[in-house]
Design a binder for this molecule. Structure first.
Ligand SMILES: [Zn+2]
Length: 429
């Protein structure tokens, strides 16, 4: 099940040759970007300074803030008339980041999505419902054109109107869905309410937010799908950067298109395979917006073991974005860890919210979690017991004392796009 077998199974030496050739081309291309001309000049790097792939470590990192400072078109390496699409990434503060695509970029991107979907056995025989935002978010159009390239029937249902989404899955015999894991969970709840079983579904592609192995099992049981993790970010086209193969143990990152480094986020030094750190990527095939050593903020590792499918080195599932990472009384906490704990306790539901406050100079974390009515008798004594249990389980994993509030089923917000389950109120005081 290969879209481009030759490229996907290149021998390491051939792959490195290709990477080096493409890196040199990229270095040439960034000369069209004032930011990089200045950067490379002040680092004393002439074009000839990069002779091997390892020489890339001489080049300074590019950070998200650099892209923001270049708003709107400061990172475009081609004239605007060559740009055929613009996306932006949501900025939580200030201006968004703008990404541009040439016609060739869009084609490259669609081919990468086609690689991913073919890898897990999706073909022109499938019916695909794409339940993500079709606007500026790259997940919508990105998957749309990749799926069309393979030739399956694509339903651009986007987000919203969950009941209608469920009817379409049933009526159109949808086999494959793409959405965020949190929306998939919501979808399964609404299908249950409607008393509809989604028998045609086979494959669920979930991405755009970190999710846990426990969440995978839950989604597979509730939706009757095999669930695959999809990783990407808009600065690197969008989705399609890395994807799970049928082994579902790590994600294949497309090394012919993305030169991967894992660094210690504090020192900027490279770490070895098998060690966790921040993913840094130099895209090797982007025309409109080439980047050098882009710090993704995502935490992962390069996996040492090869894969049965014969594609090259995988990265471990992203456990969190370093900017999703919460530091509570000096302890690092990822929302995905909280999810992981809660999903293992059947008496509580899968919906939760986390609030962080600073009270008397101390960080306090409160977790609101819905009771699962099916498992709970309603006795007050049981409620107190359950609450203690959740506090203990969270403490065992996070090594952090939390306040847990049990709330009514259905009372917490549901999310169609990226879930915003953490509200950090420490800055408000
Ligand atoms: Zn594989």
């Amino acid at each position: 099940m290969f879209w481009d077998k030759k490229i996907e199974t290149l021998k390491p030496a051939d792959l490195q040759d290709l990477q080096l050739r493409r890196l040199k081309k990229t270095l040439h291309q960034v000369q069209n970007v004032e930011f990089y001309r200045n950067r490379l000049n002040s680092a004393g790097l002439k074009n000839t300074a990069i002779k091997t792939l390892d020489d890339i470590q001489k080049i300074p990192f590019t950070k998200k803030q650099d892209l923001r400072d270049g708003y709107p078109f400061g990172f475009f390496a081609v004239p605007l008339k060559k740009i055929v699409r613009i996306h932006t990434t949501s900025g939580t503060t200030g201006k968004p980041t703008v990404v541009g695509y040439t016609r060739k970029d869009l084609d490259t991107w669609a081919n990468l999505i086609a690689r991913n979907m073919t890898m897990i056995g999706i073909s022109e025989d499938d019916v695909f419902q794409n339940m993500v935002n079709y606007g500026m978010f790259t997940g919508g159009l990105g998957f749309h054109y990749g799926a069309e390239k393979i030739g399956m029937a694509v339903i651009p249902s986007a987000t919203g109107n969950t009941r209608r989404q469920i009817e379409m899955i049933r009526d159109f015999g949808v086999t494959t869905i793409h959405c965020t894991p949190s929306y998939a969970m919501h979808l399964s709840e609404v299908a249950e309410e409607m008393d509809i079983t989604l028998d045609s579904l086979k494959t669920g592609i979930f991405g755009a937010e970190p999710w846990s192995e426990t969440m995978r099992h839950t989604l597979e049981a509730r939706l009757g799908v095999t669930a695959y993790d999809s990783y990407g970010l808009s600065e690197l086209f969008g989705p399609g950067v890395a994807f799970e193969c049928p082994e579902r143990n790590g994600l294949h990152i497309w090394h012919d298109c993305y030169l991967v480094e894992i660094i210690d986020p504090k020192t900027g030094e490279r770490v070895s395979d098998g060690e966790r750190g921040e993913l840094v990527v130099t895209p090797l095939v982007k025309e409109a917006m080439p980047l050098l050593r882009y710090r993704t903020g995502d935490v992962t590792m390069l996996m040492e073991d090869g894969c049965l499918c014969s594609r090259s080195k995988k990265i471990q599932r992203i456990t969190g974005r370093s900017d999703d990472m919460l530091v509570i009384r000096g302890i690092n906490v990822f929302p995905s860890q909280i999810e992981h704990v809660l999903l293992k306790i059947p008496e509580v539901g899968n919906q939760f919210m986390v609030y962080i406050d600073r009270i008397n100079h101390l960080d306090e974390m409160t977790v609101d979690v819905e009771i699962n009515r099916g498992y709970f008798s309603g006795e007050l004594a049981d409620l107190a017991k359950l609450q203690k249990k959740v506090v203990k389980e969270l403490h065992d994993v996070l090594e952090l004392r939390t306040t847990v509030k049990l709330v009514e089923p259905g009372s917490l917000p549901r999310f169609e796009g990226k879930a915003k389950r953490v509200i950090d109120r420490r800055g408000d005081m």
